[in-house]
Design a protein around this ligand. Structure first.
Ligand code: SF4
Length: 230
């Protein structure tokens, strides 16, 4: 796909997440998908509202928190979106790999299932935000992932924590119960801890290890562009 065909129209402000989602639905149609961590309910609500019918994918690593599963069920009942659950390949069962090889564990439980989830799709909505941490500080709203040959849309890239919180209040949405227990970033239970006030939001992910991303949003992308029609 020509990267320029993915340009966000100039009439859409980059923090206008509802319009970005609606634009993505109109542009990619049945080729659009959202992968959601259910750390919070905001993007799931935006997509269910402004791109109804878009599949919402959960990567079930076999290590999701019970609280995250509760939020998935709650929002699914409430919003009725098409839910697609992708599990690790046959033969991958709960084990202790996360204790000694997190890279391989993430590859088997997240990255490989993601490849299956994105197969045949042309537009991929994600919830990554610039305020998540230094590795995401330059996240564009629209980019082309040349490694996966897909256009990646990040409608919340420019959103602050305060704006996210206000959206939840305005729409009376349920929160992941872990949020109020000091978990600003939520992944698998073996690799996520709560953080202290003032700590980096993602300090609780793979704490004490030289790892900050699971591999879903890191690739050997050679052509990532923030595209905006002139
Ligand atoms: S976050 Fe931890 S438990 Fe989850 S897939 Fe990665 S290494 Fe495994």
């Amino acid at each position: 796909m020509d990267v320029l065909t993915t340009a966000l129209p100039t009439g859409i402000a980059e923090d206008d997440a509802a319009s970005v989602v609606a634009w993505a639905a109109a542009t990619f149609g049945s080729g659009l998908v959202l992968t959601a961590s259910f750390e919070d309910p905001v993007l799931v609500h935006l997509v269910a509202t402004h791109a109804p019918g878009t599949p919402i994918v959960v990567l079930d690593t076999q290590y999701l928190f019970a609280e995250t599963k509760w939020l998935i069920d709650n929002l699914h009942r409430r919003l009725g979106f098409p839910l697609e659950v992708f599990e690790p390949a046959a033969g991958v069962v709960p084990d202790d790999q996360w204790q000694f090889d997190v890279e391989r564990c993430c590859a088997r439980r997240k990255v490989e299932p993601l490849s299956r989830a994105l197969s045949g799709r042309s537009g991929w909505i994600t919830g990554i935000r610039r305020v998540d941490g230094p590795t995401r500080a330059d996240t564009p709203v629209v980019q082309y992932d040349a490694t996966r040959s897909i256009t990646k849309i990040n409608p919340l890239a420019a959103w602050s924590d305060e704006r996210l919180d206000q959206y939840i209040v305005d729409h009376a949405l349920p929160r992941n119960p872990l949020t109020e227990r000091g978990y600003p970033s939520i992944g698998c239970w073996p690799c996520t801890r709560s953080v202290a006030p003032g700590e980096d939001k993602r300090a609780g992910r793979w704490s004490g290890q030289n790892k900050t991303e699971c591999g879903l949003h890191v690739s050997s992308v050679t052509m990532i562009e923030k595209v905006r029609a002139s």
